[in-house]
Design a protein around this ligand. Structure first.
Ligand code: AMP
Ligand code: MG
Length: 434
């Protein structure tokens, strides 16, 4: 039997043999969660014009340096500029002390002369005299306005030609905000991996079955796999349930291969039981099997094979074994295939001592939190939940992470640092959802 570390090496090598991953062009509304396949540079400068950061009055700061409570300055208002208006070009008559009323986001008035409107004073800071229609006529200023005060200058947010985002960047809603600002609405992203999956087990009935007959169980893994792959941005297709019959499985495998997926995933029938036929059928069909059984718990009988361009994972049927197979084998393999790099490791301190079987790397249902206790403030802590058996699904409602316990150890002490992985796989870097 091989170690988990060795299994990971094999997965990475096999993924590497697939060669470059494809890309496709998407528009901004399709881009959420996708991974950039190209570097992006800013096509424009933003703001694209100098504009006001406040509702107030545009002034020439030089005019105002003498203004103080004791020596108030009166400025004549030449007009009003709203957001959405084209910039007003106004010459400064020699010696004129004047101003424009201006709204947030409205373009600053500009002048060809050396003297310019270069600052905005907030409306709350001046006394305004208005005519009957409400148009400002003059203001009284009781302090000097600093150059650039309350002005958002051209190019302060984005500069044309500057790098925006690199290949490998995961598009978030916030990235979409930035790209929309710049009108970058079409770009190249990595194509989605395609996974087809099927369940084996004649005891399985659909999860919407109301009355379970004795001996039957609901298929919980198929809805889980569909949801988990969807949240990881995978194009996933369920091919249904196969009764425990090798020839039926063989037909389903042909159907799966015809879909030309990147990965076929099957649950169940990889252990040592009489009806565990997956390994034999793969052999018969000429698959190249890389490993069958890894020193892990749960999920030990996991199998990894390849049919040409299509990789095959057979994970054991207990739902938690299936979840471990997906999180610790399939997802890392998909990352390798896409060339997006390994998931960043997170470390947390055990909240109490724990015993484990030596010789098996254990992936345990766990709960992570950031401590606020004295002496541990800000520390990431982890609790191993009770109910680690691979059929025990109920702890998953409390879990938010997997705790990884090293193969060689048989016990770990309270406070020891261990590796943890958030439950849900996401492509974003280092995101922990607590
Ligand atoms: P197997 O790996 O086929 O021997 O299945 C191991 C255990 O997992 C058995 O108790 C099965 O009934 C159960 N099991 C198999 N497939 C599923 C499934 N899709 N959903 C829930 N339980 C399953
Ligand atoms: Mg079975």
């Amino acid at each position: 039997m091989i170690s988990y570390a060795r299994a990971r090496e094999i997965l990475t090598r096999v993924a590497g043999e697939r060669g470059a991953w494809g890309s496709e062009t998407v528009t901004l509304d399709q881009a959420m969660g996708r991974i950039l396949a190209q570097d992006l540079a800013s096509p424009e400068s933003v703001p694209s014009f100098d504009n006001s950061a406040m509702d107030g009055f545009a002034v020439n700061s030089m005019d105002t340096f003498s203004a103080s409570p004791a020596t108030p300055l009166v400025l004549n208002v030449r007009g009003c500029i709203a957001a959405g208006e084209t910039p007003i070009r106004g010459e400064f008559p020699q010696g004129a002390f004047d101003t424009f009323e201006i709204m947030t986001g409205a373009p600053m008035p500009f002048s060809e002369s050396a003297k310019k409107w270069d600052a905005v004073i907030k409306i709350e800071e001046v006394e305004v005299t208005r005519d009957r229609e409400g148009n400002a006529k003059s203001i009284v200023l009781r302090r000097a306005v600093r150059p650039s005060e309350n002005v958002r200058f051209l190019g302060t947010d984005f500069k044309r030609g500057n790098p925006l985002a690199q290949k490998g960047h995961v598009i978030t809603a916030e990235s979409i905000m930035a790209l929309a600002t710049l009108g970058v609405v079409k770009f190249s992203v990595l194509r989605r991996p395609k996974v087809v999956f099927l369940s084996t087990g004649r005891e399985l009935v659909d999860s919407n079955t109301a009355d379970l007959k004795p001996g039957f169980i609901r298929n919980s893994s198929a809805p889980f796999i569909a949801a988990a792959l969807k949240s990881f941005g995978v194009d996933a297709k369920f091919l249904g349930v196969i009764a425990d019959d090798a020839s039926e499985f063989e037909r389903a495998l042909d159907q799966a291969l015809a879909e030309k997926p990147d990965v076929i995933l099957t649950t169940g029938a990889v252990s040592m039981g009489k009806f565990d036929f997956v390994a034999q059928v793969l052999e018969k069909k000429g698959a190249q099997t890389f490993f069958h059984k890894v020193n892990i718990r749960p999920g030990k009988p996991i199998l990894f094979a390849r049919f040409g361009e299509t990789s095959f994972f057979g994970v054991p049927g207990n739902p938690v074994s299936t979840a471990v197979g997906l999180r610790f084998f399939v997802i890392p393999f998909l990352r390798d295939l896409m060339g997006v790099g390994k998931e960043p490791a997170l470390m947390a301190r055990l909240d109490r001592a724990v015993k484990k079987p030596q010789g098996l790397e254990c992936f345990y249902k766990a709960r992570l939190w950031v401590s606020s206790d004295k002496g541990q403030q800000g520390q990431l802590r982890v609790k191993i939940l009770s109910g680690q058996e691979s059929f025990m699904v109920s702890p998953l409602l409390e879990a938010n992470a997997w705790a990884v316990l090293p193969e060689q150890r048989d016990a770990l002490k309270e406070g020891e640092l261990i590796e943890v992985l958030p439950l849900g796989a996401t492509l974003s870097e280092g995101v922990v959802i607590l």
